[in-house]
Design a binder for this molecule. Sequence first.
Ligand code: G6P
Length: 601
Amino acid sequence: MCGIVGYIGSRPAAPLLLDALKRLEYRGYDSAGIVTLTDKFNVKKDSGKIAEIDSRLDLADLPGTCGLGHTRWATHGKPSQRNAHPHVDSFGRVAVVHNGIIENYLEIKQELKKRGFTFRSDTDTEVIPNLISFYLSRKLSPEQAVRRALSQLEGSFALGILIRDNPDKLIAARKESPLIVGLGKNEMFIASDIPAILPYTKRVIVMHDEDLAVLFSRALIIRNLKSWRRTVRKPTLVKWTLEMAEKGGYPHFTIKEIYEQPAAIRETLRSSPAEISRLAALLLRSKRFYMVACGTSYHAALVGKYALAKLADYQSEVVISSEFQESCRASAGTTVLAITQSGETADTLKAVRVAKASGAKIACLTNVIGSSITRESDVVCHTHAGPEISVVATKTFAAQVAFLLRLAIETARCKRTITSSQARQLMVELQELPKVVERVLRSTERPVRELAQKLKDVEHIYLISRGIGYPTVLEGALKLKEITYIHSEALPAGELKHGTLALIEPGTAVIALIPPGDARSRMIGNVEEVKARGAWVIGLTDADADVGAHVDWLITLPRTRELFSPLLYITPLQLLAYHTTVLRGQDPDRPRSLAKSVTVE
Ligand code: G6P
């Protein structure tokens, strides 16, 4: 996730682009840059937060009345000056800002190098201006050169494009990444999101997938990239305030990020097959394999452990980072995978350093390219959830789980515990999950809101499940604790009888997560166990399960494999935590005493 913005009109472009970028910073904040077009491209860019870069480079001090801006959340290539956008092709003909991921950029780069193009960055984006430049050199019109180049790209993009020899137009295109056009008086804008341009215009056209827009200061032409048919779209009048707009119309970042989970899963699954293969190979070479993590990342690691054991018959140990030093031994032949969305958690960095000193190989899975953990690691892997602003982790959990499920499939394929065709089938089903999660979000929102009304004043909530449902309820309980401040405790349902059952009284709230799988009938036995003590039981299960008769409140989810169930079943629990918090009059984005990234031990 990155933020892009563009302007064409009669005002000085750079100050306006800088102002717009500041409002897009929530979409990414590891680098930023601006390009304006006069008789040449004028570029200022660097790594860091926009304010820091601006105080160093004076970003607004660029000539010209048309330009592009970008605020980056790195996906390919660490945050640095040369990887920051905008990118200009080797011959200075085309400038581009990009949000998205180009999957086949390495092949395109090879081809272009053979044709004399040179590359200055490690990004996937840099192939785009060079490919357009190549088609311009073949005498194609700017629009056709862009169209031909984009037809070769696999992946997702929202693009702002300037062509040196056509300073009267700005070209924009989108596929799977958001982009809007803003219509002003004798001026036009593009942006990833409405807040960027809200002070300048409220008349907005939302671009559709496969749209190509050509913006002149007084005209706009939109075509479909494939059919080249022209479309006329009526602008919408935006009524949002600036604050509402930053949150995409949602009242809080927490709920916005819960709704961004399908995209986080999709982007993570489509990116970096090479990272997965490298990590699977390392696992299979290792004598011992630990996953270390804290908080939500620890729960994702537990899902990974179940998946590796079940699919690949592969034994791993999951350790809370702060306990690693006391409880674990590492040596040559040990691999430690650190899972950390921020890449900065002190406890996890410490565990890794301890393991490294004993000769272990280090791998990491992080959402932040270039974060501290990547510098400690031999193998670096990424989730692609985009920046997570809310303190509680939601979409990064989904992305971590998606990555680990994919890792388990690959490890199982390499180990031949499943056949290649079974692996392919599992991958097909996994790639379908973002759509299923979208359905879950739509179908559970209302019943969960009603449930939140019932639970908002309780003092305790117990969550039970079995198997791969156990890490899911652990994560659900953590969400509830973090933002509702209601005491929430998750446990494997089989453990109830060893202690917690003593706390179940008439009216005690118990959430029973009953995903498909061998443990279902035993779970129903556990539901009866708490019901016999008077518990008020909320069941989460799929449409086929005959669970309704055993519970007091039922939330129904689509059918899925047991292995994939955490991605579906966590969603209503996150929604429940969110809605209960709002009903209690608390701020879900800023829970008391907690921080997003804990950099002290
Ligand atoms: C903090 C955050 C949690 C997060 C944990 C681990 O406690 O509040 O949301 O799960 O750190 O963070 P990491 O960045 O290492 O995944």
